[in-house]
Ligand binder design. Structure first.
Ligand SMILES: C[C@](O)(CO)[C@H](O)COP(=O)(O)OP(=O)(O)OC[C@H]1O[C@@H](n2ccc(N)nc2=O)[C@H](O)[C@@H]1O
Ligand SMILES: Nc1ncnc2c1ncn2[C@@H]1O[C@H](COP(=O)(O)OP(=O)(O)OP(=O)(O)O)[C@@H](O)[C@H]1O
Length: 285
């Protein structure tokens, strides 16, 4: 089975408080974008993972760990070989690792006739990463708590054009959260936020509390955001960074690309709103 493992962007990310377990409660609206890794899963005598990035070819790969948990929880005595063509850059805030873990779970559960319930998939996914549960849902969702409460939006976002720019450095999510100085955020009304998005589109809600932390650690990322903003009149850090995205029409995207030198990765894409029910239909019917 071959599946597309999409990247995400956080259109808005509020960090509320630090929890007793060391994580942070967040309120975020996250959408998938039409930019993906390709995962191929084939029957095999032994569980293994192979990617085009040598540093990911080991048992800590999130797709490997996801498959291992799937076979443990389902008690199926079988194994698969997982081939991943990585396109989503690492430590970019695009959720590539969490996405690979979640899509591996969805694909295996389909291959093995839905042996695990959706709630069990959610349980497993949260053990692999806070962004992982989000990827078990289609398109755009409101995400709360540390990432495990996911509420699908009751409308589709327009497939607006986006540019994503990643500087050479990556950002560790742990460092981004630990360097954050929390401001009191007790006035975020989730329904108002969703309503603002519905009425005004993404530009009406774009905000990321992790920017202050990440920009202090890496002033070059703040500089990048400012340069993109000058052209597109909007720009936001993706999750915990290091990439920055902006909604931009073709001529603005061309201007942004010509401004960048060789050290940058860029991807022009769109909001994803037509993922299809292939992997999800079984749970939603
Ligand atoms: C920044 C976001 O991408 C926004 O969607 C997520 O909140 C991060 O999700 P993630 O990369 O899946 O994060 P995890 O792998 O679960 O956690 C990495 C580290 O980030 C910190 N972390 C993560 C999520 C969260 N809600 N609070 C945290 O404080 C913790 O120190 C944790 O050890
Ligand atoms: N299949 C995988 N794909 C990408 N990274 C993986 C994978 N498995 C393990 N990892 C490890 O997880 C780390 C962080 O993952 P990733 O690059 O997806 O972070 P990110 O883009 O900052 O994600 P997030 O937005 O969820 O914080 C990587 O640097 C890598 O060491």
């Amino acid at each position: 089975m071959i599946v597309k493992s999409y990247a995400k962007i956080n259109l808005v990310l509020y960090v509320l408080n630090k929890r007793p377990d060391g994580y942070h409660d967040i309120i975020s609206i996250i959408t998938k974008v039409d930019f993906f890794d390709l995962i191929e899963i084939k029957p095999s005598g032994i569980l293994s993972v192979l990617t085009n990035k040598p540093e990911l070819n080991n048992n800590s790969n999130l797709a490997f760990r996801s498959a291992k948990k799937f076979f443990e929880e389902s008690r199926i005595k079988d194994a698969v070989k997982i081939d991943i063509q990585k396109h989503i850059p690492l430590e970019a805030g695009l959720g590539g690792g969490s996405s690979n873990a979640a899509y591996t779970l969805l694909a295996l559960n389909k291959m093995y006739d839905y042996v695990l319930s959706f709630d069990k998939l959610l349980d497993i996914s949260l053990q692999l990463g806070s962004d992982c549960p989000f990827f078990l849902y289609e398109n755009a969702n409101l995400v709360c708590s540390k990432g495990e409460q996911v509420y699908p939006l009751d409308f589709l976002l327009k497939p607006q054009p986006i540019i994503i720019v990643k500087p050479e450095m990556g950002v560790s999510t742990k460092l981004a959260y630990s360097n954050l100085i929390l401001t009191k955020r007790n006035n975020i009304n989730k329904m108002t936020l969703v309503d603002r998005l519905k009425k005004g589109g993404p530009l009406a809600i774009m905000h990321n509390d992790l920017e202050s932390s990440v920009f202090k650690l890496y002033p070059a990322i703040e500089y990048l955001k400012r340069k993109i903003y000058e052209i597109a009149q909007n720009a936001l850090l993706c999750g915990s960074g290091s990439s920055v995205f902006a909604f931009a029409e073709n001529c603005e995207r061309q201007q942004i690309i010509s401004m960048l030198d060789d050290g940058y990765f860029f991807k022009t894409t769109t909001i994803l709103n037509n993922e299809g029910r292939d992997l999800y239909g079984h749970y939603r019917s």
